[in-house]
Design a protein around this ligand. Structure first.
Ligand SMILES: [Zn+2]
Length: 193
C-alpha cells in the first residue's frame, strides 16, 4: 500500500492524539474511530483487535517524542525490524514498504515507518509538534516555514491568547490604564456593607 506522505502523516498524528496521558484516558475505543483516523488508507478495519493497534501507537509515540536524534533513528529502525518492514518496488516502480508480519497493525507499521523515514530523510522530523494549549495535546506537522508554531490550530492559538490576556489583567490590572501609577491613583469604589 502506498499513500501520500501527507495522508500517512495525518493518520499517524491522529492515532497519536488518542494516546492516554495525565489528563485524558485512552481515546482509542472502537472501530468507528479507527475509520476516521485511517481515512484514505486502504487497510481492513472491520472486527479488528484494538490491542495491536494500541501497541503500535505506543511504539510510534516513543519514536516521535524522542528528543535525541540518534535514539529516534534507532527506535525507528527497531520498529521497522520488529514488523519485518522492507522496501519493495511496486508495479509503478515506486518504493513501497511492506511488512513480513501479517495483520492490520503490521501493514500500518510499514506505512508509518515509511512516512517517518521519508520525514527523516527530508530533515522534517522537527516539524512534528504537540500543541501547547491547555487541554489540547494534539500532534501536528508545522508548516516548513513555521517550525516554531506552538498551537495545532487557530482555535487553540486564539484561546491561549485570550487566556494570557485574562491572566495578565488579573495579575496586572493596570494594563488597560495609562500607567500603573494612574491605576493606583484612580478612585476606588467604596464597599457598601
Ligand atoms: Zn491545540
Amino acid at each position: 500500500m502506498r499513500v501520500e506522505l501527507q495522508t500517512a502523516m495525518g493518520a499517524l498524528l491522529r492515532l497519536l492524539d488518542t494516546a492516554p496521558n495525565d489528563e485524558f484516558p485512552d481515546l482509542l475505543t472502537g472501530v468507528g474511530q479507527l475509520r476516521s483516523i485511517f481515512q484514505g488508507i486502504d487497510v481492513p478495519l472491520e472486527g479488528i483487535d484494538l490491542a495491536p493497534i494500541a501497541r503500535l501507537r505506543s511504539e510510534l509515540l516513543r519514536t516521535v517524542v524522542c528528543d535525541d536524534a540518534d535514539d529516534a533513528r534507532d527506535l525507528l529502525n527497531e520498529l521497522a525490524m520488529s514488523y519485518g518492514v522492507t522496501p519493495q518496488l511496486n508495479e509503478n516502480s515506486e518504493v513501497e514498504f511492506q511488512a513480513e508480519v501479517r495483520g492490520t497493525a503490521a501493514a500500518l507499521a510499514a506505512l508509518f515507518v515509511q512516512a517517518l523515514m521519508e520525514l527523516q530523510t527530508r530533515g522534517w522530523t522537527e516539524r512534528i509538534h504537540q500543541c501547547e494549549a491547555v487541554w489540547c495535546w494534539n500532534f501536528f506537522l508545522a508548516a516548513p516555514k513555521s517550525r516554531n508554531q506552538r498551537y495545532c490550530s487557530s482555535t487553540c492559538a486564539t484561546r491561549m491568547r485570550s487566556q494570557r490576556r485574562r491572566d495578565r489583567e488579573f495579575e496586572e490590572p493596570w494594563t488597560n490604564s495609562e500607567s500603573e501609577e494612574d491605576w493606583w491613583a484612580a478612585p476606588r469604589p467604596r464597599l457598601v456593607p
